[in-house]
Design a protein around this ligand. Structure first.
Ligand code: GLU
Length: 305
């Protein structure tokens, strides 16, 4: 049984970069006779845009990327994440942290740690007079290894390269890593196909899967679309939003070419259903570009040179 998923955060409309992740996970699932689920990762209200969830779902539908079952909304699942957190706390794996970003940066610099690695100041208790803000997870098992379906053997020394990481933020929300692991497990996800910008997060997620006693899915990280300046396409780089009711076939055409699944010229301008039908029956993961980034054509990147 194959169960795949696409898990967008509703921070804005879909653009070419997110289409690549949606399309890659959809094709891999459908070509293997699997299910393809959609989960809206709305656990970070300050970064979200009103109406974005509905706009994303409308666009997927208009592009012929039809999902199975009900859409899962993370915003409605706090009780489930809380339960996972309690389990980790019972096992003595979490602790409150009072550190500000500035304190962390200063302490890491003093100790010569790579930027972003938590220096462990609150690990054995809060400093006197300080209040815990975020919750951190202890990282004791150090090396995580996995075999990525496209990027090959990946190895991360979690303690040295990441350190104890946040699973509940100071401003309230559950961390992405916790929610994503709980939901992938509960939805029975067997295969995760997503952008290589998340490659670095995967060892943290595998570590959490082990602590929570759930299976690890197979991972495949696709190249991330970058513009001519080398920046990942995003709202910040002015990536053009996909137009759901126009030019869907054209965007899919570019996305298939980006993934080196090259449709016959006769399908240029074909409607989405036809292009996707071709792409499912000709899905060739061995042709996927095995880099972590790939230049998107000017036609889709939003860059005008
Ligand atoms: N919600 C995450 C994002 O939009 C992706 C999560 C995932 O695929 O694991 O970047």
């Amino acid at each position: 049984m194959y169960i795949g998923r696409f898990a967008p955060s509703p921070t804005g409309p879909l653009h070419f970069g997110s289409l690549v992740a949606a399309l890659g996970s959809f094709l891999d699932a459908r070509a293997r006779g699997g299910l393809w689920l959609v989960r809206i990762e709305d656990i970070d209200p300050p970064r979200e845009q009103p109406g974005a969830s509905d706009a994303i779902l409308h666009t997927l539908d208009a592009f012929g990327l039809h999902w199975d079952g009900e859409v899962l909304y993370q915003g409605r699942r706090s009780a489930v994440y809380e339960a996972a957190l309690e389990r980790l706390a019972r096992d003595g794996l979490t602790y409150p942290c009072a550190c500000s970003r500035k304190e962390i940066a200063e302490a890491s610099a003093r100790r010569g740690l790579p930027p972003g690695v938590y220096p462990g100041r609150c690990r054995s208790g809060l400093p006197p007079g300080r209040r815990g803000r975020a919750l951190r997870l202890r990282v004791d098992e150090t090396v995580i290894e996995f075999d990525d379906g496209l990027q090959g053997a990946i190895r991360q020394d979690l303690a040295a390269e990441v350190g104890d990481f946040i699973i509940r933020r100071a401003d309230g929300p559950f961390a992405y890593h916790l929610a994503v692991v709980v939901d992938d497990a509960e939805q029975g996800i067997t295969h995760i196909v997503r952008g290589a910008d998340l490659l670095d997060s995967t060892p943290r997620q595998i570590y959490l899967q082990r602590l929570l006693g759930v299976a690890s899915p197979h991972y495949l990280h696709l190249p991330v679309a970058v513009d001519a300046r080398g920046d990942k396409l995003s709202k910040q780089t002015h990536a053009a939003p996909l137009e759901p009711d126009r030019a869907a076939g054209d965007a899919l055409w570019h996305a298939l070419n980006f993934l080196q699944q090259v449709p016959p010229a006769a399908l240029r301008g074909a409607p989405p259903a036809e292009l996707l039908g071709w792409a499912v029956s000709h899905w060739a993961p061995e042709h996927l570009p095995a880099s972590q980034t790939r230049l998107a054509s000017d036609a889709v990147s939003g860059v005008t040179r």
